[in-house]
Design a protein around this ligand. Sequence first.
Ligand code: SAM
Length: 193
Amino acid sequence: MILPSILSLSKQLIRQALHPGDAAVDATVGNGHDTLFLAETVGASGLVFGFDIQAEALQAARCRLEAANLEGRVTLFKESHHRMADCLPAEVHGRIKAVMFNLGYLPHGDHAIITRPETTVPALDAAARLLVPGGMMSVVLYTGHPGGPEESEAVIRWAKKLSPHRFQTMWVQLPNRNHAPSLLAVEKRREAP
Ligand SMILES: C[S@@+](CC[C@H](N)C(=O)[O-])C[C@H]1O[C@@H](n2cnc3c(N)ncnc32)[C@H](O)[C@@H]1O
């Protein structure tokens, strides 16, 4: 296959913006796959901040990071992502190069614990403010679980309101598959066009 999966496309886009020594945020840590990817990409001199509301998820992520010996460059918060601006140190505000959101529920976990628009949308606002010009945000959206379609709609409504002078956006969908994930990418412009 030439076309990448939604998850691999999200990583490809993040890789374009994120380099060794940078700071990044995983807004939905889950089992830590994206956290590990971010930690590898920022290298030994970079920083990663991760958020999840479930201790179980953070524990799984911590084990994954320790197995790769990368836990030293990652700070995990048992907090909702809408509080990310309060949790991140002041020196990285406005300097975050990449933020990844992978919405929905924890695979192999409690499917009733899901991301919700009431906190997802404020978290997207916070992430948009924390990004440095040239920074990239990826949001993987799911519609196959209760609450998923409403959350996806809220996220796309949010993206439609972003100033095109400040943000470049892209929404990638798989039109011939039911309930396939989709990817919203948001890049903060370096300068107004
Ligand atoms: C699809 S999973 C993330 C998968 C993860 N990126 C990975 O690589 O394994 C979604 C995660 O979002 C978490 N979550 C739900 N509400 C949240 C919130 N308000 N703030 C942060 N995380 C939240 C869930 O606990 C769940 O672990």
